[in-house]
Ligand binder design. Structure first.
Ligand SMILES: Nc1nc2c(ncn2[C@@H]2O[C@H](COP(=O)(O)OP(=O)(O)OP(=O)(O)O)[C@@H](O)[C@H]2O)c(=O)[nH]1
Ligand SMILES: [Mg+2]
Length: 331
């Protein structure tokens, strides 16, 4: 039996869950402005962030950082930090060190956003200048402001050796300054998106779902600090941590778990994990047995004493569907 721990056993955990279940919460008023900050750095990072933020515009603030103005096109509700000292507007020319300096110079104009933020979800494709240089530096600044930093790092295609080398050099700083950093192989993303008939450049749908799930998890309890403490307790377990997302039909909950396990965002095995925070989303047709089947099956490979915190959310647009989003730690 897996201890659905931290808040007691299975039965005591189900009670708050049911309550949440039937209370349609006006989420936008529960999360305070700017507590969750979704950030894109560099061309690919900005594409991912805009896509991710479009799923939860009322729950998170959006910040885009690039030296290429075209990254801000079409994102009307974004805070944009344009780092173009040379006036060319064409990026940081694959020079990470230049990007770091420009970010430091532009820091003042985003410091109020960082001060307000409790959680930063940071996205960057590594291998170019801006994403590789500025993402680690930004994560560091956010941590200094007391922010919990969750980052998504896109790794270049194998046939781009120079870009791979730049990415490899940039990754340690981003990892060291993030509470959780997940690496996403762009190759896997591209491969998966062909199957999903989506565009890898905008994260092929995976990244948007993950971020939307995380943000709604944080918003669903309504008191973000409480949830943040839970999240910090889970994340601070020794070992690796990762973020996982899976979606599917409510007729087949096990397929959702299957998909979550095979998510291209999931680069480590979650076997034997010690901590897990799960958010399940479904439509008004979602039942308690859906939830139990999904979560039992998901935690079945984890450590028998794994601490599990779960939450559920119902929304009309999820009718007939189920989505599982999880932070897994102690791997
Ligand atoms: N195959 C392919 N890969 C791409 C493409 N665009 C971006 N990438 C990959 O994504 C990584 C990051 O790209 P960007 O986000 O555009 O880079 P950036 O941070 O804006 O870098 P600079 O423009 O140099 O400042 C690259 O290293 C490539 O591996 C593309 O059109 N085709
Ligand atoms: Mg660029």
């Amino acid at each position: 039996m897996h201890g659905l721990g931290m808040r007691g056993d299975v039965t005591s955990d189900i009670r708050p869950m049911i309550k949440q279940f039937y209370t349609p919460a006006p989420y936008s008023r529960l999360v305070q402005d700017g507590e969750v900050l979704v950030v894109g750095v560099g061309g690919i990072g900005c594409l991912w962030a805009v896509e991710a933020h479009s799923g939860c515009p009322d729950l998170a603030e959006l910040l885009l950082i690039d030296a290429d103005e075209s990254s801000f096109e079409g994102a009307s509700d974004a805070n944009c930090l344009f780092l173009d000292s040379g006036g060319e507007g064409r990026g940081a020319a694959a020079l990470p060190s230049m990007a770091i300096h420009r970010l430091r110079d532009g820091m003042e104009s985003i410091s109020n956003l960082l001060d307000k933020a409790e959680v930063m979800i940071l996205m960057a494709g590594l291998g170019g200048g801006m994403g590789s240089g500025a993402s680690g530096e930004l994560a560091k600044m956010a941590k200094q402001c007391g922010c919990l930093v969750l980052s998504v790092a896109g790794l270049p295609f194998a046939e781009q050796p120079l870009r791979c080398a730049i990415a490899e050099e940039a990754l340690p700083s981003l990892e060291a300054n993030s509470d959780v950093c997940i690496r996403v192989s762009m190759e896997r993303l591209a491969w998966q998106s062909r199957r999903r008939k989506t565009d890898w450049m905008i994260g092929s749908g995976w990244i948007g779902e993950l971020v939307e799930g995380l943000v709604t998890t944080l918003a669903s309890v309504g008191r973000i600090n409480l949830d943040l403490m839970d999240m910090k307790a889970i994340i601070n377990k020794t070992g690796n941590a990762t973020l996982i997302v899976g979606t599917g039909s409510s007729e087949n909950p096990s397929s959702v778990v299957e998909m979550a396990r095979n998510s291209p965002l999931n680069d480590v095995s979650i076997e034997g994990a010690k901590g897990c925070m799960i958010q399940v989303e479904g439509g008004p047709d979602m039942t308690l047995s859906h939830l139990t089947e999904l979560t039992d099956s998901f935690v079945s490979q984890m450590d028998p004493n794994c601490q599990v915190i779960m939450g559920a959310r119902v929304s009309d647009e999820m009718i007939g569907k189920l989505r599982l989003v999880a932070v897994v730690s102690g791997i």
